[in-house]
Structures are given as C-alpha cells and as structure tokens.
Ligand binder design. Sequence first.
Ligand SMILES: *Cc1c(COP(=O)(O)O)cnc(C)c1O
Length: 326
Amino acid sequence: MSPLSFPPKIALAQTPTPLDRLERGDVDPYRLWCKRDDLTGCALSGNKVRKLEFVLSEALSQGADTLITCGGLQSNHCRATALIAAAWGLNCRLVLRGEPEQVYDGNLLLGQLAGAQIACFSEREYRKKLPELLAHQVQQVLASGGKPYVIPTGASDAVGLWGYVAAAKELAEDFQRCQIKQPLVVCAAGSGGTLAGLAAGLSAFLPTAEVLGIAVCDSAEYFRQRVYEDVSAAMERYPGCGLKMPENFTVVDDYIGPGYALVYPEVTQAIAEAAQSSGLMLDPVYTGKAYFGMLEQLRQRAFAPRDVVFVHTGGIFGLFPYKHAF
Ligand SMILES: *Cc1c(COP(=O)(O)O)cnc(C)c1O
C-alpha cells in the first residue's frame, strides 16, 4: 500500500522514464546512473511535464479555459505549458522576462508556434512587478469572458510538487529492480519544486535515499526554505495525504557561476564532454551546471561511496540560443 494518497492527475508524460547506467572512469568509487526525465516526451519534454500533469488536472477541475504562467524568455516550463494548452484546446498567455531577439529561438520559438500569447518585459520591470503583470493578464481574460488559471514560476507550488513525489515513487521502483539501496539522488534546483517533490517523495518511499540539490540561482538557504514552504503548503492543502517534512536533502550553491542562465567555461566543457562520452544532451541553464556540480562533489569525495543518480530534467531547447558559447 502506498504511504501517500495522491491528488488526481492527467497523464501527459511518457513514464516510467529509463534509469540508465552512466559509465565514467573518473568518479570511482561511485556508481553513476541517469534518470532520463529528458525523455518524458519530445517537444513536451523534461521535468515540467510531470508537474503539469497535476496542475492541468486542477485547472480543468476549476473549469479553466486559459493557462497563464511566467518565466524567462527561454523557460522550459513556459514552453511545456504552451504545448499542453494547445493539445487540450486551452488558451495560453506567457509573461516573460527579457528582451526577445528579432528572430525567436529555442523554447520561445516553440511557445510561439504553439500559439501562446506572449508578453515580454525588461528584467527590471518583471522583477519589480510580476504579481501585477500576472493580475493584468487575469483581468484581460476575465474581461473577455474567459476563465484563467495562473501557474506560478516553474509550476513549483503545492499542486506541482506532486509531479516529483510521483517521480520519487517511480525511482523507488527503479531502485528495487536495480538493487540500489542507499542512493544519492541529484537534481538541479531552479524554482525548487523538483527538489522539494523528490525529497518529500523519497522520504516516504525510500527513507534510506538522500537528495542533493544543485542550485542554479539563489542560495542553499533559500532552497531549504522553499522546500519547507512548498511541502508545508501541500500538507495544508491536501490534509491526510501522508506527506511529511523531509530531512533527507542537502543543497549546494557553489556552481551558479556569474548568475542564473549565465554560463561559464567549466559548464560548456561538461556539456560537450557528456555529449561525446554518453550521448547525453545537457543544457547551460540547469542540467549542465547540475551535472558539473555533481561531478565536482564526487571528485571531492563529498559523499560516502554509493550509487549516485543524476536526474536529467531536460532542457534541450535551451541549448540552441547558447550556440555561440560552444
Ligand atoms: C525548471 C528546470 C529545472 C529546475 O527545476 P525546478 O523544479 O524549477 O527547481 C531543471 N532542469 C530543467 C531543464 C528545467 O527546465
């Protein structure tokens, strides 16, 4: 019997995703694995799909006809939301941070092709006024007789959290099959929901597992607080769901470099190296930094020898706008 009772979801992701061995000579005595959440779909790929399974169910149960969300110009989350809206006959409005190039690229191109209404704002305006910018979109939808549903940044909230609680259940089944007993599960932390869901889910389904979040923005302290807030919010919103506050995770913030979405040579090298040695495509914003950070931690022997599982959260379309960095 499952220790948790899950809220309803709509199946969008191709799951279960594979758990592959990654052979690398330079991380002995660790045994390295990759959970291929980059394979949750094709255009609709990556970690946000798992969260949006629960979010879409909630939005539809409220009778929404328009999804509104926000993020950077190259947000994987915004692209995934736009594609899901298109597939489900919903409208989509994206509030994006940054000045677009004349010719759209990467995730922005896909979001536009999927028919999302896109509004872009300068870094400064976005940071100062995001709640108002979203409220304005809500007003416009209501004024035209529509029913909006606002998804927060990265779908990291009490609803989206369940995507990675469910992934943790899937991982626990993978681990049983592959005889992995005390894994260290590593993921990138951006808006924090993947980390929070994995930590809360694994503490229920495999208490011997530990989770390591590699920050790609914000401090370790910020993410510890985010996990606390997101899990608290879910416990409050779903009474009796069985979630407990996790204590099985750590966060490192040593690999952010110059800042969010700013790439540095060690990361581009790690991306090229992973592509050549394993055929894995990592991205400069999330998975490239997380992968580099993980390897550094393992080379420093920061953890006792064990199975280490890198959760590949996707992001391939974010690679193309960085072509000049390679
Ligand atoms: C959003 C994202 C992350 C970070 O996940 P959060 O739940 O926001 O912390 C990691 N990798 C990719 C490719 C992403 O798009």
